[in-house]
Design a protein around this ligand. Structure first.
Ligand code: ZN
Length: 234
């Protein structure tokens, strides 16, 4: 419910990023009773649709599939979750049961197992290039950051960097949920992503606005500031 009779936000929002790339947003409760947006992405290929992360809101697992089918006349064939938190992995088991090939890294799977999160059917053992239809993308593990297992997805040709929660939006100045974070390593890991993923045209953070290309630099600034103000935090 929203205050003062404002219309409620739709539970699932989808925007075209660039040809065949779409950002979808659902809302979850970060633990304080409020609703907070989480971004995922999907890519429409000639072989089917690839999902990057599952919706956070479990009521939107099926509506996302239905909307994709209606809009693109394509089935979702694959879903990769970029770390073990439930704003990334919540739908993995649901999607596996729908016949979608679900993936995480082995490292994510180990954490998901311990934390009782839904797990993927297929495990990525090391940084991997996937060739799906006319598109190629690479999973890249830069080191610890927001979570010990966070990966990013890099489309070298289209210069799309999908960062998940490893990358903070320029809309925020907070490092966000640090329950599994390692700030010092995160700074090093950001630099590795900057070195690898050069001149991105699009940089997609896990939450909030994605219109800026500067969110990697912005994340670095947030982390450095946080470390300065909280020198004991590692
Ligand atoms: Zn997140």
């Amino acid at each position: 419910m929203t205050a003062f009779g404002q219309p409620e936000k739709p539970k699932l929002e989808i925007s075209e990023l660039t040809r065949d790339f779409y950002i979808y947003t659902t809302y979850g409760d970060p633990g304080n009773g409020s609703l907070y947006p989480a971004n995922g992405m999907y890519l429409v290929t000639s072989e089917g649709v690839v999902l990057f992360d599952s919706p956070w809101d479990k009521t939107q697992f099926q509506p996302l599939l239905d909307t994709i089918q209606a809009r693109h006349h394509q089935k979702v064939i694959m879903c990769i979750a970029t770390h073990f938190h439930d704003d990334r992995t919540a739908g993995l088991e649901y999607y596996r049961q729908k016949g979608i090939k679900t993936y995480t890294t082995k490292q994510t799977d180990e954490l998901s197992k311990v934390k009782n999160q839904p797990r993927a059917e297929y495990l990525i053992q090391k940084d991997t290039v996937f060739n799906i239809g006319q598109y190629h993308f690479e999973t890249f593990y830069p080191g610890k950051g927001h979570a010990p297992d966070n990966i990013v997805i890099w489309f070298e040709k289209e210069k799309v960097l999908y960062g998940g929660c490893f990358i903070k939006s320029t809309e925020t100045n907070s490092p966000g949920n640090l329950s599994d974070a390692n700030i010092e390593d995160w700074i090093k890991s950001i630099k590795k992503v900057q070195a690898k993923c050069q001149n991105p045209k699009f940089v997609i953070p896990g939450h909030q606005d994605w219109s800026s290309k500067k969110s990697l630099q912005h994340t670095l600034a947030i982390l450095k500031k946080y470390l300065k103000e909280n020198p004991k935090d590692k």
